[in-house]
Design a protein around this ligand. Structure first.
Ligand code: FAD
Length: 295
């Protein structure tokens, strides 16, 4: 069964997500990771964006340095939170001047935090679908949007969630990148519902290698993503064994990708958490080699 467009290679197409570092040490760690992971030849990398036009500064700086120091294709995330349409359009123009032609177009979390009500900013883009339309009106950008295999926490139900995805696709999105998930049956069921609703853009699984199961449990609960008991159980007894946790985490992500490959998926978006070691271990397990990938 082929659920997405087919890749031509034996290896899947991959992309990596990074976030802007908060201090100089974090920046060095990020760029070390970027350079290691660049050797796996991702299709593109992306840099996240915060809420409000002031978020442009750290994202600009990170994107600019990636463009200057690597030959990676860099996509910037954009959100519409706390910004007028003119402000967002100005940010888009500045990224374009920098040479960015790919965006991940998002609404963003409510200013009051996840779980509070979202109210569109006066004079701003109402939601991610409106932002996609705005981007399309500016240039022929490559546009990714979000998708939620387990439903976005604010969506009334899965149908409402998929209706928003359809609107984003109809407005010109090229692909959707999903929130992370760990149950491939849930993803496949979601993807079938997406296709049944008439959405034909690629839906790229978002894969989160588990750096820290305890932290991830708290974060996942906020995002409406679940961690199956069977996944959590594999970390049992490893509290004092970082090397053991590392192996388990790499195995889990690699097994998930290989199973999705068997189900016909060809593209994968990885949440790197700005680290390369675990990410590299996952990639090596699924058949990538940094050496051969640069040859
Ligand atoms: P949308 O696609 O507009 O909406 C998501 C769902 O929520 C829809 O399906 C819709 O049904 C429902 N919904 C939306 N608005 C309402 C409403 N007012 N009432 C009821 N239901 C509603 N956040 C950042 O801040 N910066 C980032 O860089 C970033 N990158 C991300 C990358 C990916 C791949 C993903 C999956 C998420 C990312 N996020 C990021 C998180 C995202 O901003 C939040 O999940 C946010 O709450 C929704 O933004 P969206 O674009 O997904 O929203």
């Amino acid at each position: 069964m082929s659920l997405n467009a087919t890749a031509t290679d034996d290896l899947p197409r991959i992309s990596f997500e990074f976030f802007p570092p908060k201090n100089p040490d974090a920046e060095e760690q990020l760029f070390k990771a970027v350079k290691v992971l660049a050797a796996y030849r991702p299709d593109f990398v992306s840099v996240t964006y915060g809420a409000g036009a002031s978020s442009r500064t750290p994202t600009f700086a990170t994107v600019r340095r990636m463009l200057a120091e690597t030959d990676l294709v860099v996509a910037s995330h954009l959100t519409v939170v706390k910004s007028t349409r003119a402000e967002v359009d100005e940010v888009i123009g500045q990224f374009r001047e920098m040479g960015v032609s790919r965006f991940v177009a998002l609404r963003g979390d409510p200013p009051g935090g996840i779980g509070t009500a979202y109210t569109p900013f006066p004079g701003g883009y109402a939601n991610a679908a409106a932002l996609v339309q705005g981007l399309r009106g500016i240039d022929d950008f490559d546009i990714s949007v979000s998708a939620y295999p387990e439903k976005h926490p604010e969506s009334a139900d899965r149908a409402a969630d998929i209706a928003m995805l359809k609107l984003k696709a109809d407005n010109g999105a090229n692909r959707a990148l999903t929130q992370f998930f760990f149950d491939n049956d849930v993803f496949e069921d979601y993807l079938n519902a997406v296709r049944a609703a008439g959405v034909s853009i690629p839906v790229v699984p978002g894969i989160m290698p588990i750096q820290n199961i305890k932290q991830l449990k708290n974060f996942a609960a906020l995002c409406g993503a679940s961690i199956p008991a069977a996944v959590e159980a594999r970390f049992a007894g490893l509290d004092d064994d970082p090397a053991g946790r590392f192996e388990v985490a790499a195995d889990i992500a690699a097994e998930q990708v290989m199973d999705l490959r068997r189900r016909g998926l060809t593209d994968f978006h990885f949440y790197t958490m700005n680290r390369s070691k675990l990410m590299s271990a996952v990639l090596e397990r699924i058949g990538f080699s940094a050496l051969s990938s640069v040859s």
